[in-house]
Design a protein around this ligand. Structure first.
Ligand SMILES: N[C@@H](CCC(=O)N[C@@H](CS)C(=O)NCC(=O)O)C(=O)O
Length: 201
């Protein structure tokens, strides 16, 4: 059976849990507790050389990095497809996933690091700046969703990437401006997918 090395609260881990669930694949969850620095244990470094989650073991083939794992799963288990068929559609989906990985998700990680600190030691300015970076991303997402239900037309790896961050918008009190009508409708659509609840831990 597929083994997923993950940490339940990690956004990149959740991204892969959603892919596995959407593909209908059974998998064993192996928790690597980041709060105990288990990701740096020598045994785990043999699985993930950078000491991060997620990593996946498919019958002895080990792959790491949430985006590369997702692409591997799409290649190895093509049904149901999670990327468009045409090369332009695939490139568009990958560009939006890349935008999530490099611009949308990192400020969430900054906030997570700050709120782990005792209250008096938190850098509130840094948290506010991180929240602003997240809300700035909605401009591009809103435009990308114009006339579409999902970022690449049909539900894809691009949507899954953002889906892993959605619960944190509420938890960190980051409201979505009502002017982002496409974004708000898309968030509701993503939350309604069974894989959203099923991937929570
Ligand atoms: N590009 C990697 C990033 C992985 C990553 O940043 N994982 C975080 C959790 S979301 C982690 O393991 N942090 C602990 C560490 O870096 O020591 C991916 O998409 O999988």
């Amino acid at each position: 059976m597929i083994k997923l090395y993950h940490f339940a609260p990690s956004t990149n881990s959740r991204k892969v849990r959603i892919v596995l669930i959407e593909k209908g694949l059974e998998f064993e969850r192996i928790q690597i507790d980041l709060s105990k620095k288990e990701q740096k244990n020598p045994d785990y470094l043999k699985i993930h050389p950078f000491g991060q989650v997620p990593a996946l073991d498919d019958e002895g083939f080990i792959v790491y990095d949430s985006t590369i794992i997702s692409e591997y799963l799409e290649d190895e288990y093509p049904y149901p497809p999670l990327l468009p068929k045409d090369s332009e559609g695939r490139a568009r989906a990958r560009l939006m996933e890349d935008f999530r990985d490099n611009y949308f998700n990192p400020p969430f990680i900054e906030i997570i690091h700050e709120i782990r600190k005792p209250e008096g030691e938190r850098d509130l300015k840094l948290i506010e700046n991180a929240k602003a970076k997240i809300t700035n991303c909605f401009d591009r997402i809103e435009k990308e969703l114009e006339g579409k239900e999902y970022l690449a037309g049909s539900f894809s790896l691009a949507d899954i990437a953002y889906m892993s961050n959605i619960d944190l918008l509420g938890r960190f009190n980051i409201p979505v401006d009502p002017k982002y009508k496409n974004v708000l409708a898309w968030i509701e659509r993503l939350k309604a997918r069974p894989s959203h609840a099923a991937s929570a831990s």
